[in-house]
Design a protein around this ligand. Structure first.
Ligand code: ATP
Length: 285
């Protein structure tokens, strides 16, 4: 039996635009995604000789074939025609759920990377990302990591320059948002402001954190902020304590701030911890 170890890194959306609904019912997206150092840890025993098993230290996460990590292992073994002779997947969860941070997708991507390494890297990163699309829309990006332009349902990826040195403070409020309902609402309303992706790409190329901050925009943010006024409270703390930008990630409900130094991040973190148990500090990776 061999044990594999892999980090599963959270993502945030620096930009998120919904371009329209497709005939297959999915939406076409355009988003600059960023991997953060906030992570789950994945351990996989390969060759247990027993039926597949999944353990997770956090309650409320499925521990059977509904778990995206399990699904990823299944997709990999089927596609590559590999029989691992029994798997046990153990997940140590730190990425908050229903946050828009791609927690399940990150775990799935980590399983794909770990199994691919175990079997001698038969797939390139891009081929592995393509396989990940069978597991979930955010999985291809989570396989690739870094900073990237993500399009389509999440399967079209283009690497972008890394973010300049900075820190992220992420807060997960208590409430959750229904992604399906948010898409429905968006379909029914005129999107008043969309991200300027050309300007964001130029800012990233120039490594200009101020300009990157100016171009952070998620079309879901105004919808959620209008319904949950505590988003304004969180943002006012971010604004008062030195954040260069703040925004909800994905379809929420986590909100992040970008700050220029760890000192700022620590101050904001301490301010918010009084009211929010789920506050995290991360770096772009
Ligand atoms: P996204 O940013 O992709 O929208 P999310 O932040 O909304 O993700 P996840 O952490 O991916 O949320 O979890 C959403 C749901 O997916 C959970 O409530 C859980 O039931 C299910 N799920 C399946 N596999 C996992 C996993 N490995 N980790 C967490 N949740 C999982």
């Amino acid at each position: 039996m061999t044990t594999l170890y892999e980090g599963a890194f959270a993502k945030v959306n620096l930009t998120l635009d919904v371009l329209g609904k497709r005939e297959d019912g999915y939406h076409d997206l355009k988003s600059v995604m960023q991997t953060l150092s906030i992570r789950d840890d994945i351990e996989i025993d390969v060759g247990t000789g027993k039926p597949w098993k999944l353990l997770c230290d956090k309650e409320g996460i499925p521990t059977d074939e509904r778990n995206l990590a399990w699904k990823a292992a299944r997709v990999y073994c089927d596609a590559m025609k590999k029989d691992p002779n029994g798997l046990e997947i153990r997940i140590t969860k730190r990425i908050p759920s229903e946050a828009g941070m791609g927690g399940g997708s990150a775990d799935a991507a980590a399983v794909l990377r770990a199994l691919n390494r175990h079997f001698g890297e038969p797939l390139s990163v891009m081929a592995l990302a393509e396989l990940g699309a069978q597991v979930g829309s955010d999985v291809p990006f989570c396989v690739m990591c870094g900073t990237a332009m993500v399009e389509g349902r999440g399967e079209r990826l283009r690497k972008l320059p890394d973010l300049p040195e900075c820190f992220f403070v992420v807060v997960k409020p208590d409430f959750s948002c229904s992604t399906a309902e948010l898409y429905k609402k968006l379909d029914e309303t005129e999107i008043a402001k969309r991200p300027d992706h050309q300007a964001m790409e130029s800012a990233l190329l120039a490594g200009d954190l101020g300009k990157i901050a100016e171009n952070i925009w998620n079309v879901f943010d105004p919808l959620v902020t209008a319904e949950h006024l505590e988003m304004n409270y969180i943002k006012s703390i971010f604004n008062s304590y030195g954040a260069v930008a703040f925004q909800m990630t994905g379809s929420g409900s986590a909100v992040y701030a970008i700050v220029p130094s760890f000192e700022y991040a620590a101050v904001i973190c301490n301010m918010l911890r009084e009211n929010y148990p789920q506050v995290f500090i991360g770096k772009p990776v």
